[in-house]
Design a binder for this molecule. Structure first.
Ligand code: BDR
Ligand code: CA
Length: 307
């Protein structure tokens, strides 16, 4: 079976890994990218999505979304991990393609309404576009097959503050709307992504096996490795966004807990994801365990199969 997927993204180095993985995996049909501020500005995110489509040599629609969060003032971009241009130290490139005439929210609504029950949204950036799409057409909650989110941390602490994971911290109000809507949401947060790690040697191997795609990812990842070395003293990087895409096609590699989740919207713990009462809020599936070796191997084998 081939699964249709739209990735909502703020590319970003691990976003690039996730998107190129989706372009190469035979069980995924990437029907579009929607872009959002987050790791980088909205302009850079949109440009980088087009650049990734060029690198994959595929014809994939790219729709530009939000530049700012729904309610709160904008937080700083994640330049420390991704660089100002989004792909580490790699120089910015001019893309060949152009942005869709539709906004990200319009594209999300139109795509699911054209393919009811068939499309998965995989969101790997702040959730602003998904919240905007819900506001534009609440019926997409029934039309979408499911929503898989890289974001949050229930028991693993934060990565941008002690309490919060970056994607949720960037737009907590949007996350609350997405988590409480009546659609099927799976959270792939730090509880599992912090177990899925690749080394510099893994990426050097990708560059040898697939010089264009693997070479690009290896080049971008050097900056990511340096940031992790400085921040956490680790020799490798987390596969945050690829893990969410892999959860779309291999849910059995994850242990889920079904419960409601809410997001702290203000104060010192802003962006924290907390267990909530399922009697009053729609429950979501939170990934609390992962077969990390399988996820890592699946990522590496798929990128190695590229060119
Ligand atoms: C998430 O934040 C971003 O910096 C990454 O691209 C990933 O989506 C990890 O917390
Ligand atoms: Ca991301």
């Amino acid at each position: 079976m081939v699964q249709k997927i739209v990735i909502d993204t703020d590319p970003g180095i691990d976003d690039a890994m996730a998107i190129l993985f989706a372009c190469l995996h035979p069980e995924l049909e990437l029907v579009g990218l929607t872009t959002v501020f987050g790791n980088v500005t909205g302009d850079v995110a949109a440009r980088n999505a087009l650049v990734l489509v060029d690198i994959a040599d595929q014809d994939i629609d790219v729709a530009r979304g939000s530049d700012v969060p729904l309610v709160q003032d904008a937080k700083p971009y994640a330049w420390e991990f991704h660089g100002r241009e989004g792909f580490g130290d790699l120089p910015p490139r001019e893309p060949q393609g152009t942005i869709s005439n539709l906004t990200a929210a319009e594209f999300l609504c139109e795509t699911v309404n054209r393919n009811p029950g068939e499309v998965v949204f995989c969101a790997v950036g702040p959730l602003t576009n998904l919240a905007d799409a819900l506001a534009l057409d609440p019926s997409i909650a029934e039309a979408v097959k499911s929503v898989v989110v890289m974001g949050g941390s229930l028991d693993a602490g934060g990565n941008v503050t002690p309490a919060a994971e970056a994607n949720i911290w960037q737009d907590p109000h949007a996350a609350n709307r997405v988590f409480s809507a009546p659609w099927d949401v799976t959270l792939v947060g730090l509880d599992v992504t912090h177990q899925v790690i690749c080394s510099p040697a893994d990426f050097a191997g990708l560059a040898r096996a697939a010089p264009t795609i693997g070479g690009f990812l290896d080049g971008a990842a050097q900056y990511y490795f340096e940031a992790e070395r400085n921040r956490n003293g680790m020799d490798g990087c987390y596969l945050h966004d690829p893990t969410a895409v892999i959860a779309v096609i291999r849910p059995s590699w994850f242990r889920h807990r079904r419960a409601a989740v809410a997001v702290v919207e203000t104060g010192k713990r802003v962006g924290a994801t907390v267990w909530a009462d399922s009697a009053v809020r729609h429950p979501v599936s939170v990934c609390v365990g992962v077969e990390a070796d399988n996820v890592r191997r699946c990522f590496l084998e798929t990128i190695r199969s590229g060119f």
